[in-house]
Design a protein around this ligand. Structure first.
Ligand code: GDP
Ligand code: MG
Length: 445
């Protein structure tokens, strides 16, 4: 691009602060992304209101356009919230450190017990697993299998030995750990498919009896919108000191993380990412933030738009603008560039701060229309393309027939072209920022 134009635009961007219209379009997009990621509506509302407040009036960035800048702010804010009070397991001064697991059935507690045991053993600890899930017939055996794989000792009640009281088992487990010098005890507990009072009471009684150093609430990240109710129920019923999100290897976008963080205020401590005992890691707020936002997609879209602009075409079209000779041929080139950028609708909505006319164009954007426009321009002679003023009634009729459209459509099209040409001229004089598909700027960053 001509250096003069580049400079003009660079100046434009460094000036001033983000405006409401810069921010609102992107915040709307973010709200949609969060809801799609299954973050609860209340949490989404609070979150976007905070972001909006923070973004408004922030200095306009040199490197990013307003939409990208807002996305950046959103990402920072997500990482901040998810990482608030981030901490690791707190070990008791007086061993053993007692860790109790709680959560719905199928959340991944027993699997987590094995993962924790393996991980802790790797750090030089000597964990003991305690089978306090006496609800499901196979639960004790499952923990024994997991324990064996993790190379950890498992304490389980003798079969048939008056089987039944998980509180007693938990207490006996802790006592055994003291005797055998295990420095960590992990207590696996029972879960139900839904939250129920009896389960809560049992878990609360175990907690009371063994006074654990950590109570980890284990929750399946695929649970979606039920995350809030489930987390609240466990907070009231048992209370916990930290959260473990499981099944993050699945499709869930992880909105549960933000919801639970928002609702319970408890730190998310670990992420479970598979059935294997090694598929487990300390929680990373930054990774979770980009997963929730699906930032990858957004950034890819921005990139695509920029790539779609062949640099040469952009330069030629910019030069044409500087000379004030924007023609239908330039318009055609830009239409073709637009088609190259896939998923234009969602892309264009990422770029706020456009004129009302532009916004309407985005709302009404449809690919079929673009194809018709191309046909119209292609039905014109080279002279007509360069000098659109000569397009009188009979020429329009001939073009309409050639392109298979009505004369009314030709007229509408010409109106749009005149509007675009006008905007192009304004922009060439340094009027308006980055608008992919319509402006010659992308590719210049
Ligand atoms: P519990 O009822 O809470 O003890 O849950 P389990 O530990 O028995 O896990 C229930 C099912 O989920 C089992 O089939 C596990 O193998 C599986 N599972 C647990 N954690 C994960 C995970 O992070 N990813 C995947 N894909 N599966 C998991
Ligand atoms: Mg279990």
């Amino acid at each position: 691009l001509s250096s003069r134009l580049t400079e003009t635009l660079a100046k434009l961007r460094t000036k001033g602060r983000l405006s409401a219209s810069d921010v609102d379009g992107t915040v709307r997009e973010i709200r949609r992304a969060l809801l799609e990621a299954d973050v609860s509506l209340d949490v989404v509302k609070d979150f976007t209101a905070n972001v909006r407040e923070r973004a408004l009036g922030e200095e306009v960035s040199k490197a990013l356009n307003p939409a990208q800048q807002v996305v950046q702010i959103v990402n920072d804010e997500l990482v901040r919230i998810l990482g608030q009070d981030q901490r690791r397991i707190e070990f008791a001064k007086q061993p053993p450190t007692v860790i109790m697991l709680a959560g719905l059935q199928g959340a991944g507690k027993t699997t987590l017990a094995g993962k924790l045991a393996k991980w802790l053993a790797g750090e030089g600890h000597t964990p003991l697993l305690v089978a306090a899930d006496l609800q499901r017939p196979n639960a004790v055996n499952q923990l024994q299998v997991v324990g064996e794989r993790a190379g950890a000792v498992v304490y389980a009640p003798e079969p048939g030995n008056g089987v039944g009281d998980p509180v007693k088992v938990a207490k006996a487990g802790v006592k055994l750990a003291q005797q055998r010098q295990h420095d960590v005890v992990i207590i696996d507990t029972a879960g139900r498919l839904g939250v129920d009072a009896e389960l809560m009471k049992q878990a609360a009684n175990i907690r009371k009896a063994v006074n654990p150093d950590e109570v980890l609430f284990v929750i399946d990240s695929m649970i979606g919108q039920d995350a809030v109710a489930t987390a609240k129920a466990f907070q009231e019923g048992v209370d916990f000191t930290g959260v473990v999100l499981t099944k993050l290897d699945g499709d869930a976008r992880g909105g549960a993380a933000l919801s639970i963080r928002g609702v319970t205020g408890k730190p998310i401590m670990f992420a479970s990412t598979g059935e294997g005992l090694d598929e487990f890691e300390p929680f990373h707020p930054d990774r979770m933030a980009s997963r929730i936002l699906d930032l990858g997609d957004i950034l890819t879209l921005i990139e695509q738009a920029q790539k779609a602009f062949d640099e040469d075409e952009a330069r030629a079209s910019a030069e044409a603008l500087m000379n004030d000779t924007y023609s239908l041929e330039d318009f055609l080139k830009q239409l073709q560039q637009m088609r190259k950028a896939s998923n234009m609708k969602s892309l264009l909505s990422m770029f706020p701060g456009q004129s009302k006319q532009m916004k309407e164009a985005v709302e009404n954007f449809d690919e079929a229309q673009l194809v018709r426009y191309e046909a119209i321009i292609q039905s014109m002679t080279p002279v007509e393309r360069r000098q659109s003023k000569i397009l009188n009634g009979s020429r329009r009729l001939r073009i309409a027939k050639g392109a298979g459209v009505t004369v009314t459509e030709i007229n509408q099209f010409m109106k749009q072209f005149d509007g675009a040409a006008k905007q192009m001229r304004t922009m060439a004089k340094g009027g308006m920022p980055n608008m992919p598909g319509m402006a010659p700027m992308p590719g210049m960053h």
